[in-house]
Design a binder for this molecule. Sequence first.
Ligand code: ADP
Ligand code: MG
Length: 672
Amino acid sequence: MGRIRVLPDQVANKIAAGEVVERPASVVKELLENSLDANAAEVRIEVESGGRRLIRIADDGGGMLRDDALLAFERHATSKLRDVKDLLSISTLGFRGEALPSIASVSRLLLETRSEEETTGTSIEIAGGKMLRCEESALGRGTTVTVRDLFYNVPARKKFLRTDQTELAHVASLVTHYSLAHPGKTFRLASGATELLSVTPVAELKERVYQVFGSQALDDLVEIGVREKELLLPAASVPPSAAIADYRAEPDEPPTRTFRLTGFFSRPQVQKGNRNSIFIFVNGRLIRDRLLLHALSSAYHNLIPPSAFPFALLFLECAPEEVDVNVHPSKTEVRFRHSSFVHDFVRDAIRERLIESRPAPAFPAGRVSEAPQPAAALPYSEFSQMIENQAPPEGGLAGESACPTSMEAPGEKGRPGGLPHLPEFTLRPPPAPAQRLDFSAPPIEMAAGPPPSGKLSRHLDMHGEFPADAVPPPEMSLSVLSDLRPLGQIHESFIVAAGRDGLWIIDQHVAHERILFEQVVKQRAAGRVEMQRLLMPLIVQLTAEQQIDYARIADELHASGFETEPFGNRTLAVKAAPAAVSASDLEKILFEILEIAEGEPRNASLDDLRRGICASIACRAAIKINTRLDAAKMEWLLRALAATDCPMSCPHGRPIALHYSTREVLKAFHRI
Ligand code: ADP
Ligand code: MG
């Protein structure tokens, strides 16, 4: 008995229909999803000329029975869906039964498949949608689909294809990211004779990240672990999609639903210029979703500049009923049934993990690390580019008021930290130190074990033994800050401190800025901002524009500790200011705040404005660089920094503390 059936019209009509074959990567996506749905343990993908000339996907999955193989090319023929009700809980990647017929209509396609239940397989050849051949053949279990000459019969579509290299990069990005979603499976991708990706099964996502992106990636990423949250379902359930609004949910649904988030996100100092390094999977499906993108950027609020983006690999799992995947033809958009719950869950899970792990930036100097696979280094992604083109700019705020410090050499801002071979994980700032030392350290858990003792003694016999177990495990977390011993300052700007594991350098200005920022935010939230009355009101001249902005934010200014009054034409009298701000800075800070209000889109949240004001106050009030600090002040600063929620970066996104682990020091001295 065949498994595939043609969907009745009444179901087919409710499916978000549309063309799925836009470019080689969309063919690869559909075929790869079919292989995964067929429970393949291994998928091999071959392309030629970026997929124009050839795409071949071979899997060792369940295969198809002969009758099914023929039926699979009918429109809306699928084994994954039966009736309207199934649309509410789709657990497979495919469900529309459209991919194979669509691909077969615009290429020369060969399907070779054998199901476990049959002793011989089936080969079917189709060109431009016409069946040329269908015969029995001796085949191994599984399915191979070969697609040649994509769009040979649709020249208009062919014209829209980009260069082979671009098309290949889209394919590579897609396969790479599916390989991350399925660490237990083998994936191989080759372009002609060049192998672009080859990964064998591993037990954990972390190991797959290592296989794909190399060792540097693990140093740059924080693992979320498993975060879960229960949603208490309201009594009356609403169907998720308007398209299936006529279906009523069963009354006996369980009263709670569990959402689970796993994956990796980057330490705040890893900052990307676009969203190309954000990959979000919902129930194993690679999607683009503004809601989740927004949740992710909110988690990094005041930790990275608003114009920067993190690297993220997020896997959200939930009951299939909680997410409608039937909203977009290429199935890359979803709609959550309880979207604000999902948004807040993702934002809080990442934010909490960031605060908890307090990831410390290591020195980016000349690390030698395991290289990423070629496919991972290809810079394009179909999904991220679509997001790039469509997503609205995030409400940029603090970045505009980024605090310049006199230490910064012109043109140095945002300079990549000298990792040309790792475009995916460029650290910035800080700029690379002038002298490049080889601080290559194997990734912590993924290292191939401790160095052989023979090597150690060979190096150390003349210089004194350094027992390997005396090297503490690297501390990648800023939670050690309160145990640091300040040794002195470099340049009267950076505190040098010794810890249990190595050496730390702390930027005194941004450290203090973070301390003050969190203080001011807390005071503001509690409505208890410390104010000081000025001896003489400060009179400030405003431009016409500034006056409009002022009127808009006057209440918020007042609540943030500025007592101001209009004083004649375009003039403002400031009578009191937040206690932390010195009178000499007052005018500058007011203009800075007005600038935030001006740059800010009108509809940006009040919270953003509030945080922007707090960041300005903190920046102005913080200890400047080029300021001598005595030991007691340095101690105090480190303790106070340790007590903040986010000692990783200042409210504008600069890193606060850099860490040289003992291991790196030992390596540099050739002691291990
Ligand atoms: P859908 O995936 O939406 O069901 P497709 O057109 O992609 O639609 O595939 C139609 C059917 O062909 C699938 O439902 C499945 O039963 C079968 N099929 C396609 N590819 C494979 C494969 N690699 N292994 C086993 N069965 C497959
Ligand atoms: Mg499919």
